[in-house]
Design a protein around this ligand. Structure first.
Ligand code: MN
Ligand code: MN
Length: 273
């Protein structure tokens, strides 16, 4: 049985599902991801040991805060408040999206409490649009807002392969360190000091490995390349998210298994670092 957050030691990673996809510009469905990732994580087809020799099945290794319930609050305020609450209890949130717009309120809560944050952003897309179809909170925009607000010190993007002229200008304006897909491997560039946040958009992976996403962009990472770059990250990982898994597109359930694998390796790194 998974530990509840109130029984966890300080520093414990805590899973939080964020079933929200109203800022998707193309297909809905990512809101259905969190419970499906949990099922894949706990499937007896595998085990809970990470490749880095961490046993996630040991008592207290991580805890689970369940899925965020959206009630009366404005959704972004609800997300930011919940993350703030978990951080104030000295836990390390790992959110399961949801579309990528949720990273903005999550990182807002981090930025207020943890100065000098470096974000590693895995994605096919830079998500730096000033606005998309009139929506400044679109899943195509979160990293423009994060950098405008100064919620993170450094933004390192990896796996990018859909840059537009506008987004190149935005990256330059905000000092974003972009590692394009064609520049991989870039293991040395994963070495940083200070607190780290990992934002993993599942479409960073090649759609051949992870077709259960809304925006299939060929020419992406293999699962092995993604894990190698995650394993190469130095610095203390303060939190993470895995977003944009869309179960409605995942006809063979392979993407659920891949998301759970990445979740395991991220949790393992958090416990080790
Ligand atoms: Mn994204
Ligand atoms: Mn993307």
């Amino acid at each position: 049985m998974t530990l509840r957050p109130d029984a966890a030691q300080p520093g414990t990673p805590v899973i939080l599902g964020v079933p929200f996809d109203a800022n998707s510009s193309w297909l809905r469905g990512a809101a259905g991801a969190p419970p499906i990732i949990r099922v894949a994580l706990n499937s007896i087809s595998s085990n809970l040991w990470t490749e880095t020799a961490v046993d996630l099945g040991s008592r207290g290794a991580f805890c689970d805060a369940g899925d965020l319930k959206f009630t009366f609050d404005e959704p972004f305020a609800a997300i930011e408040n919940k993350i703030g609450e978990l951080l104030d209890r000295n836990l390390r949130p790992v959110c399961l999206g949801g579309d990528h717009s949720i990273t903005l309120p999550i990182v807002r809560a981090f930025g207020q409490r943890i100065p000098g944050l470096t974000i590693f952003h895995f994605d096919a897309h830079p998500d730096l649009y000033d606005e998309l179809e009139g929506n400044r909170l679109s899943h195509a925009c979160p990293f423009a807002r994060i950098m405008e607000e100064g919620a993170a010190k450094r933004l390192i993007q990896i796996g990018i392969r859909t840059m537009t002229g506008h987004q190149r200008e935005q990256a330059q304006k905000f000092g974003v360190e972009v590692i394009e897909m064609r520049q991989l491997p870039a293991l040395d560039r994963m070495k940083v000091d200070g607190p780290v946040y990992i934002s993993f958009d599942m479409d960073a992976l090649d759609p051949a490995f992870a077709p259960g996403i809304s925006h299939r962009e060929p020419g992406g990472m293999s699962v092995r390349e993604a894990i190698a770059h995650l394993h190469a990250i130095t610095g203390r990982i303060a939190g993470a998210d895995i977003v944009e898994f869309n179960p409605a597109q995942d006809t063979t359930q392979i993407t659920a298994t891949v998301a759970a694998k990445l979740l395991k390796e991220i949790l393992g790194k958090m416990i080790l670092n």
